[in-house]
Write a protein that binds this ligand. Structure first.
Ligand SMILES: Nc1ncnc2c1ncn2[C@@H]1O[C@H](COP(=O)(O)OP(=O)(O)OP(=O)(O)O)[C@@H](O)[C@H]1O
Ligand SMILES: [Mg+2]
Length: 388
């Protein structure tokens, strides 16, 4: 299957790159090499992306994200290491076979997507197929389908300048989808869009991915975007991947202070789920509610809970139940059995973590507002009501 594997990838620019890799492997630092006029853009990057997954690479400017991506599609030959896709080692292919793989199996979507101004939207979407030499009729058919997938049905005959920025970016996505490539490489693809449209595109990508199950590597410097999209997130710093994990792993158990500082401003209420923060059911069994009911069994806990949710429920939906009752929210599994409880104190503790202690006290009623702001959307309150 179309699994992507990066194995110990190094990319060094400048003089004597192989020698630099040997020194990096012995523990030399990036700064040390830079002093000698050599840039270690990517240092020992390894990961696997399964088909159907979105693998997000996140990091500050200059951390090596684009360089890593260019190695994945063979635009840059790694100084050391291997890229395997669909059973082939891209790093071992001769240039002709590599070009073939690149045009048939891999698609790139960039941040600033250049459309041809004098071609219709349809012809723009069909461009990748044209490069592949697909006959006109078939490529227009496939481009039409791809435009529909990207939400642009009815715009086929329009000109690029009749489209908004967001729609133009959708044409870029359609162009990538039309080629039927199994591997989609997206470099800051949504970064130039304004926040509302950006969120739309994220939703659309998630929706598409459910159906198409591509292998996707998505680069962003926006942590919230990373957390929304990524099944796995790799955090890069100075050329190296410092942590790979799910959004929850990165929030709850950051590998180091750098990752922790990165996640400080994340809207935890939307990323963390009831399952991630719940306490053992035993902690509630045997307790007594504020109005004097004793909770002797799991059934009692469920009956007394202000809400019953499943493990995947974002904790933002627990605010209202937790604010109206001091009895814990019940978390149930697939068979309706009690798998955990979320007491109010636990919810507040998790959300309070990134704040200073003084803020924590002052800001409790404002927690919903925090989510609101970082999201730029104002739908936080709607969510809370819906979850109540
Ligand atoms: N062709 C090149 N020659 C020399 N140095 C390069 C080259 N390409 C990239 N670099 C250097 O490699 C490092 C990583 O660059 P890269 O573009 O991969 O970072 P990035 O994480 O994509 O940054 P951004 O978020 O700004 O796009 C930088 O120090 C950059 O200057
Ligand atoms: Mg880049």
């Amino acid at each position: 299957m179309s699994r992507l594997q990066a194995e110990h990838l190094f990319m060094v620019f400048g003089r004597r790159p192989e020698e630099a890799v040997a020194r990096l492997k012995q523990g030399a630092g990036r700064d040390q090499l830079r002093g000698e006029g050599t840039t270690a853009a990517v240092i020992d990057a390894s990961f696997t992306v399964e088909p159907g997954q979105i693998f997000v690479v996140m990091g500050l400017s200059g951390s090596g994200k684009s360089t890593l991506l260019r190695m994945l599609n063979g635009l840059l030959e790694p100084t050391s290491g291997h890229v395997r896709f669909d059973g082939e080692d891209l790093t071992e292919l001769d240039p002709r076979d590599l070009r073939e793989v690149r045009s048939k199996k891999i698609s790139m979507v960039f941040q600033h997507f250049a459309l041809f101004p004098h071609r219709s939207v349809l012809d723009n979407a069909a461009y990748g197929l044209e490069v592949q030499g697909v006959p006109r009729e078939e490529r227009l058919k496939r481009a039409t389908e791809a435009l529909e997938l990207a939400g642009l049905k009815g715009w086929e005959k329009s000109w690029p300048d009749e489209l908004s920025g967001g729609m133009q970016q959708r044409v870029g996505l359609a162009r990538a989808l039309a080629t039927d490539a199994d591997l989609l490489l997206m470099d800051e693809s949504f970064s130039a869009l304004d926040p509302l449209i950006r969120r739309d595109m994220q939703d659309q990508l998630l929706e598409l991915q459910k159906r198409l199950k591509k292998t996707i590597v998505f680069i962003t410097h926006d942590l919230n975007e990373a957390m929304r999209l990524g099944d796995q997130i790799a955090v890069m710093r100075d050329g190296a991947i410092v942590q790979t994990g799910t959004a929850e792993d990165i929030l709850v158990t950051p590998a180091n202070d750098y990752v922790a500082s990165f996640t400080q401003d994340v809207d935890r209420s939307r990323v963390l789920t009831a399952g991630a923060i719940m306490a053992d059911p035993e902690t509630a069994i045997g307790s007594t509610t504020a109005d004097g009911r004793s909770l002797r069994t799991a059934q009692d806990v469920i009956a007394a809970a202000p809400a019953t949710v499943d493990e995947d429920t974002p904790i933002i939906e627990l605010f209202t139940p937790c604010s109206t009752s001091s009895t814990p929210v019940a978390v149930t599994g697939g068979d309706g059995e009690l798998v955990g409880v979320v007491p109010r104190a636990r919810l507040l503790a998790v959300l309070g973590e990134p704040m200073t202690p003084a803020d924590e006290v002052a800001d409790v009623p404002g927690l919903v507002k925090t989510g609101d702001e970082s999201n730029g959307k104002g739908d936080a309150e709607g969510k809370v009501t819906a979850g109540a």
